[in-house]
Design a protein around this ligand. Structure first.
Ligand code: NAD
Length: 319
């Protein structure tokens, strides 16, 4: 199987390349490096016989020589900080970038998998969120570039499926964490683990009662591959249904990493920040036989080990 992974130098995309290569695929990684890193995430694949990398912005035209079995599109900045700084890039990659890659899939007769997001559910008024829930999204909110971008991307994928019979897959990923996350991207896990490793109080937004469901990256990647190889053309939630309040998560991380500095309140909750998030994964269980396996304590330990080594490298480089 010969596949293209767009967003290959990112956090999730690089793990996906590793897994596809480990299971025999030939992988072409494409990435503009707008938020990804070759050095951090793909250096270990430089000499891999079945891996090729192209630096390219998929919002620009691109051609690919030879046969192709699938395109897996993960290209998009994905952290709340990016939603503020890269709004137009995010909208472009979900419109023009998607269009370019869908046309390439159509030309090659390749399958197309979109990494969509739980953000399409917006500020959910249904709990937990099943794929049948249509969401509650503010089209002019702080996150609209991302959640409306993903909604448009899903609509575009469906249009190619209905109009051209393109083989498609839509994964709605919920919060994923693990090694290779950017240390400063503003998401809860790198914030909390980074703070705990530095021995600082962990900063909570609002009162900390807002929740997230956190899936370790190896579980997410396994779900993506199962979906790619399945016959399921409806959207599928991929996430861990174990729901954590940010307060409980911060306390848990302090406990796990032996940080006695406690917590720090007083930072306002962002206006568009969803209050609750929890996937209903019945469809993934029934059609893919998938459910998460990695417990939070284990995932936190693996992620903290990796973050510690990155922080040491940065400190050494500064000497
Ligand atoms: P990331 O920022 O680490 O990776 C995204 C990659 O896409 C980066 O390497 C970036 O350089 C690349 N990219 C962005 N725009 C591009 C363009 N125009 N052309 C080529 N490459 C481009 O983010 P991530 O956390 O790994 O997320 C990967 C995908 O999964 C995204 O589509 C994201 O929306 C989706 N997702 C992630 C999560 C999560 O918790 N990490 C949750 C839901 C959905």
């Amino acid at each position: 199987m010969r596949v293209i992974v767009c967003g290959a130098a990112g956090f999730v995309g690089s793990h996906l390349c590793d897994r596809l290569l480990a299971t025999g695929y030939e992988v072409t990684g494409v990435d503009s490096l707008i938020t990804g890193s070759l050095q951090q995430n793909l250096a270990h694949l430089r000499r891999h016989a079945r891996f090729v990398f192209h630096r390219h912005d998929i919002s620009q035209p691109w051609s690919f020589a030879g046969p192709l079995d699938a395109i897996l599109n993960l290209a998009s900045p994905a952290s709340p900080r990016d939603f503020a700084n890269l709004q137009l890039d995010i909208l472009r990659v979900h419109s023009q970038g998607m269009w370019n890659m869908l046309e390439l899939a159509r030309e090659k007769g390749a399958r197309f998998l979109l990494a969509s997001s739980s953000e399409i559910y917006g500020m959910p008024d249904h709990h937990p969120q099943a794929e049948s829930y249509h969401g509650n999204v503010d089209p002019v909110g702080d996150r609209s570039c991302y959640n409306e971008g993903k909604r448009f991307a899903e609509a575009l994928v469906m249009a190619y499926h209905r109009q051209y019979g393109l083989s498609i897959r839509i994964a709605r990923l919920f919060n994923t964490y693990g090694p290779r996350m950017r240390l400063n991207d503003g998401r809860a896990i790198p914030n909390f683990i980074g703070g705990a490793l530095r021995g600082e109080p962990l900063v909570l937004y609002g009162d900390g009662t807002q929740t997230r469901s956190l899936c370790y990256v190896s579980d997410t990647i396994r779900g993506l591959q199962l979906l790619l190889e399945s016959d399921e053309t409806r959207p599928v939630n991929i996430g861990n249904p174990h729901e954590w309040s940010m307060l409980n998560l911060a306390e848990f991380i302090n406990d796990q990493l032996g940080n006695a500095a406690g917590l720090c309140y007083g930072s306002p909750l962002h206006q568009d920040d969803p209050r609750r998030r929890k996937p209903d994964i019945a469809r993934a269980q029934a059609t893919l036989g998938w459910q998460p396996e990695v417990e939070l304590a284990q995932g936190i330990a693996w992620t903290a080990n990796w973050m510690r080594s990155q922080m040491q490298k940065t400190a050494c480089a500064a000497v």
